[in-house]
Design a protein around this ligand. Structure first.
Ligand code: NAD
Length: 320
């Protein structure tokens, strides 16, 4: 969807509803992802009020036209819609329900969208606290990483009522190319994200193991890729994001595993998947193992590399 169409949609929403003006958006958390997402909102004509505990991040986005606030409370008191992009559970809880947090100074019926990857039960807790104050809260975690955040092509997975989803859509469309409603219940976006990433980790580890084994047995990885990708072993990790350097151009494995989705973030998401599986007594044998594997990958010095570095990690295990 083009910029002008998005802008028209957002502005027509504010005209139709009369009192609600979503051309002004609040943004909290201007890190790797948030800074790029906020820039896309500015590019598409939204007026932004922003806050981050890191002053340098605030200064940078203000150079592109955003207005700075002194606290999360100050952002929320000025926002009909606010997006947050924070590291983890604790930061989301602090920012929303902490002393002088977002909820303490929010306007009635304001809509808050948390795009951080966190435990779905934390999203639910914040939604319940918001509801007590007649404030609306939905979860909208993303997949796509920093490149998609920069290009405005993130996928948003949203949990919340139809109405809240519809009201959030013009803002989300300015930052993403796919906006998916995962269900009425807040937290369902997080559930979708955690299940997908658990499966991704498992398929990446499996792909890396198969290619490392083939190579040790003397099989050319290019030939194995041709077989796998036209056979039943084919998956996204083998076909489009192969962990063997040089097989697929322009993916992290072909660039010393730089960029992409870091092993630390994958390990974090697997930890969240493990927590929710424990809570619901759901067997996730391979998910648990994948978590242990990525914890080790991170501890063994591959923390800053893309998660496909699992291939290099396996390759580095010497024969005895
Ligand atoms: P980041 O650490 O780069 O950014 C987080 C920002 O939040 C930082 O600028 C930090 O200063 C700020 N912050 C922390 N506490 C704050 C507070 N109390 N008030 C205001 N600002 C505060 O993290 P990121 O890579 O941008 O990731 C953000 C979220 O998105 C995480 O939950 C992550 O799991 C998820 N995610 C990241 C990626 C990725 O590729 N980086 C991809 C998908 C999802």
């Amino acid at each position: 969807m083009g910029y002008s169409v998005v802008l028209q949609r957002s502005l027509s929403y504010s005209v139709k509803k009369g009192t609600r003006d979503i051309s002004t958006v609040g943004f909290v958390g201007l890190g790797q992802m948030g800074s790029r997402m906020a820039k896309n909102l500015l590019k598409r004509g939204f007026k932004l009020t922003v806050f981050d505990v890191n002053e340098a991040a605030v200064t940078k986005i203000c150079e592109s036209g955003a207005k700075s606030a002194h606290s999360v409370g100050e952002v929320s008191e000025n926002s009909e819609i606010l997006v947050s992009m924070l590291p983890s559970n604790k930061h989301v809880l602090d920012c929303y329900i902490g002393d002088k947090g977002i909820l303490s100074s929010a306007k009635k019926n304001a809509l808050f969208i948390d795009s951080s990857t966190i435990d779905p039960s934390v999203s639910e807790t914040v939604a319940q606290e918001a509801d007590k104050r007649n404030i609306r809260f939905i979860d909208g975690p993303v997949s796509g990483g920093v490149n998609a955040a920069e290009a405005g092509t993130l996928t948003f997975m949203v949990g919340g009522s139809n109405k809240n989803f519809e009201n959030a859509t013009p803002v989300l469309e300015a930052m993403g190319s796919k906006i998916i409603h995962c269900g009425d219940k807040v937290g369902m976006g997080q559930v979708a994200k955690l299940c997908n990433n658990m499966l991704l980790a498992i398929s990446m580890i499996g792909t890396a193991e198969a290619f490392n084994l083939g190579e040790r047995l003397g099989l050319d990885s290019k030939i194995l890729a041709e077989i796998v990708n036209s056979s039943s072993g084919r998956c996204w990790s083998s076909e489009l994001y192969n962990p063997v350097p040089g097989l697929v151009p322009n993916v992290p494995s072909s660039n010393d595993y730089k960029g992409g989705f870091g092993s630390t973030l994958m390990s974090k998401d697997l930890g969240l998947a493990q927590t929710v599986a424990n809570r619901t007594q759901t067997p996730v044998f391979l998910g648990s193992l994948a978590h242990q594997i990525y914890l080790t990958v991170v501890a063994k010095g591959y923390a800053d590399k893309d998660f496909s570095v699992i291939y290099q990690f396996l390759k580095d295990v010497k024969k005895v």
